[in-house]
Design a protein around this ligand. Structure first.
Ligand code: FE
Length: 175
C-alpha cells in the first residue's frame, strides 16, 4: 500500500511537470504580432490556429479584421510595406508565421507588397477565387487561415509568380 501511494504521488508529479502537447502549443502560439512565431508540427502536420470571430475581433484592428478575416483589400499605395526595402522577414499579422522574405520581394508597381515566392510552400494555402468577375487564386496563411492576397502568374524569374499581398496582413520583422 505504501509503495502504491509513492507510485501515485510520482505519477501525479510527472503529470504536472509534463503538460500535454496541446497545452504547450497553445501557450507558445499566444505570442502574437511583430515577432516570428515559428511553426510547430505534430506528426509532420503544421499545427493550425482556430479562433472564433469574437476572438479575432478582439485581437485585430478593424482594418486587419476586414482584410484578414473578411478577405478585404487595402487600397493600393496606402499600406506601410509596399515600398519597404529593408532586409527582414514578413510574418502573418494574425499569427506570426514567417510567410515571405525580403530576398524575394520585388517592385511590382502595383502599390502592394509583392513577392515571387513564400518562405516555404506549405506556409501559404491557395484557393480559387472567382469574385468580382475575375479568376484569381487567393492566398491565405496556412496556419491561421488569414487572408493575405492573391497570386498571379505574371511575376519575375525564377518562379514567374507574383504574390500580391496586403500590407495590413503582414508584420515586418527587421533582420
Ligand atoms: Fe497566420
Amino acid at each position: 500500500m505504501k509503495y502504491l501511494s509513492i507510485l501515485l504521488v510520482l505519477l501525479a508529479c510527472n503529470a504536472v511537470e509534463k503538460p500535454s502537447p496541446e497545452n504547450t502549443v497553445g501557450a507558445s502560439l499566444s505570442v502574437l504580432a511583430d515577432t516570428i512565431v515559428p511553426p510547430q508540427y505534430i506528426n509532420g502536420k503544421l499545427v493550425k490556429i482556430s479562433k472564433t470571430d469574437t476572438e479575432w475581433k478582439k485581437q485585430l484592428t478593424e482594418m486587419e479584421y476586414y482584410v484578414l478575416r473578411q478577405e478585404g483589400t487595402e487600397r493600393a499605395f496606402t499600406g506601410d510595406l509596399w515600398n519597404n526595402h529593408e532586409k527582414g522577414v514578413y510574418v502573418c499579422a494574425a499569427c506570426g508565421l514567417p510567410l515571405f522574405s525580403s530576398d524575394t520581394k520585388f517592385d511590382s508597381g502595383t502599390g502592394w507588397p509583392s513577392f515571387y515566392q513564400p518562405i516555404k510552400p506549405e506556409y501559404v494555402a491557395g484557393y480559387d477565387d472567382n469574385s468580382f468577375g475575375m479568376t484569381r487564386t487567393e492566398v491565405e496563411c496556412a496556419r491561421c487561415g488569414g487572408h493575405q492576397g492573391h497570386v498571379f502568374d505574371d511575376g519575375p524569374k525564377p518562379t514567374g509568380l507574383r504574390y500580391c499581398i496586403n500590407s495590413v496582413s503582414l508584420d515586418f520583422v527587421k533582420q
